[in-house]
Ligand binder design. Structure first.
Ligand SMILES: Nc1ncnc2c1ncn2[C@@H]1O[C@H](COP(=O)(O)OP(=O)(O)OP(=O)(O)O)[C@@H](O)[C@H]1O
Ligand SMILES: [Mg+2]
Ligand SMILES: [Zn+2]
Length: 253
């Protein structure tokens, strides 16, 4: 009978140390990404690639998916707090408030802080709100962007007999995200029924202390009219109001 241990011991040391095909090669291959420069590609001994793409590109793609899931409009998917330019004291303050809001997401969530971005057209309200939503996504939180008219039709569509979604499900979609941005408040027809839908969403989030960013061209008084007393009271409970009253950025040379 052959002693297997003995037989093993007969194999020369160097041979036993030979790597298996699936082992990871110690020396990664240096690669260059046209966007992000040098990165290291790991391969197994038989040449299978473990990390096939530039890690920054992978992260960017993941971000793009998150931005899509958050329904950030394509125009604003590349807008961020970093790309918001400050040319005057108003923009400086607006940016600072948004930076603080997004800079301590834990506190924003714990306190259920809301924001009201109001003022004239083209001043960067949607840009900054999308920038804040982006920060939420970057830190692993969830966010959703919706225009008021869209929000209302999302709920109304569920009332049709052939609707695939229930109203409850849509309500959950609107109340579950850590952050909800409701843009273009005041553009809708503003019937009592629309007020009720908005109230259900705002109240549902308020009860769970989930923050809302409301955006409008109306002033605070106008918003109160559009939302109704009950909704605006809930929004105001813990709310930073930021006024945007400078020239439009659109059409700037
Ligand atoms: N300070 C800024 N720095 C860089 N880009 C800006 C700035 N302000 C606005 N923009 C850009 O100008 C365009 C208009 O801004 P945005 O859509 O955010 O305005 P708004 O306040 O939401 O306007 P509206 O009330 O008409 O919806 C966007 O493309 C935005 O990225
Ligand atoms: Mg806008
Ligand atoms: Zn890359």
């Amino acid at each position: 009978m052959v002693d297997s241990r003995k037989a093993e011991n007969l194999i020369p040391f160097s041979l036993r140390d030979l790597p298996e095909p699936g082992d990871i090669r110690n020396q990664p291959v240096m690669m260059t990404c046209e966007h992000h420069g040098k990165w290291k590609r790991q391969e197994t001994m038989d040449g299978q690639v473990i990390s096939p793409d530039c890690p920054q590109c992978i992260q960017d793609r993941r971000m793009a998916t998150d931005l899509g899931r958050a329904a950030i409009p394509p125009r604003y998917q590349h807008r961020s707090l970093e790309t918001y330019q400050v040319e005057g004291p108003g923009q400086k303050q607006a940016l600072e408030v948004c930076q603080t809001y997004a800079g301590n997401i834990k506190r924003t969530l714990a306190e259920g802080q809301n924001m009201l971005l109001i003022g004239s057209v083209g001043t960067g309200k949607t840009h900054l709100a999308c920038g804040v939503a982006r920060r939420f996504l970057e830190s692993g939180h969830t966010a959703l962007y919706v225009r008021t008219a869209e929000l209302i039709s999302m709920v109304r569509e569920t009332w049709r007999p052939d609707s695939k979604k229930t109203e409850r499900r849509v309500m959950r979609e609107l109340t579950d995200p850590d952050l909800l941005v409701i843009d273009e408040v005041g553009v809708q027809a503003n019937t009592e029924n629309e007020q009720q839908i908005l109230f259900n969403v705002i109240n549902g989030r308020n009860e769970q202390m989930r923050p809302v960013i409301l955006i409008s061209n109306l002033d605070a008084e106008g918003i109160k009219k559009v939302l109704g007393e009950r909704s605006s009271d809930r929004i105001r409970e813990c709310c930073r109001v930021v006024q945007f009253n400078w020239q439009s950025w659109r059409g700037k040379a």
